[in-house]
Design a binder for this molecule. Structure first.
Ligand code: NI
Length: 149
């Protein structure tokens, strides 16, 4: 009698969770002088706010017993810890140490990378992040899929 060592074929499913948060920021690099900051960032060099929308897509196989890719309550808790508590109704540049301590300008590009790193640390092992889309306005959004060069 032979024993099959091949794993059963399981479908890969993508799940997207959408959240919104409001936060203040200022595009300003401590590595540039005041005049260069104004020239580089224009009116965004002043403190202002955005109503951000974020879409997190995770990927994985469905648990055959629960039927879940990931328990939404678990995902929601991760989003609360990594996005809502640090960012909602805060001033990114001083309230989020990653930006303050590393002289990182709080552009949507840098915010999405930070969120990717923090969410990735907390996901259950059967699930991986696929894409995060961060809408800064109705017209601008950035997408990150964990690529580094
Ligand atoms: Ni802005």
């Amino acid at each position: 009698m032979s024993v099959s060592t091949t794993k059963p074929i399981q479908p890969v499913v993508y799940l997207t969770r959408i959240e919104s948060f409001s936060t203040a920021h200022r595009m300003n690099s401590p590595l540039l002088d005041q005049q260069t900051n104004k020239q580089t960032f224009g009116k965004c060099n002043a403190i202002h706010g955005h109503n951000y929308k974020i879409e997190l897509t995770v990927k994985g196989t469905v648990d055959p017993i629960t039927g879940f890719l990931v328990d939404i309550a678990v995902l929601k808790k991760i989003i609360d810890e990594t996005i809502m508590k640090p960012f909602d109704h805060k001033f990114i540049d001083t309230d989020v140490p990653y930006f303050l301590d590393n002289n990182i300008v709080s552009t949507a590009e840098n915010i999405v990378v930070y969120i990717w790193i923090e969410v990735s640390k907390r996901l259950p092992t059967n699930v991986e992040l696929h894409t995060i889309k961060l809408h800064e306005t109705d017209r601008n959004l950035v997408t990150f899929s964990g690529e580094f060069l």
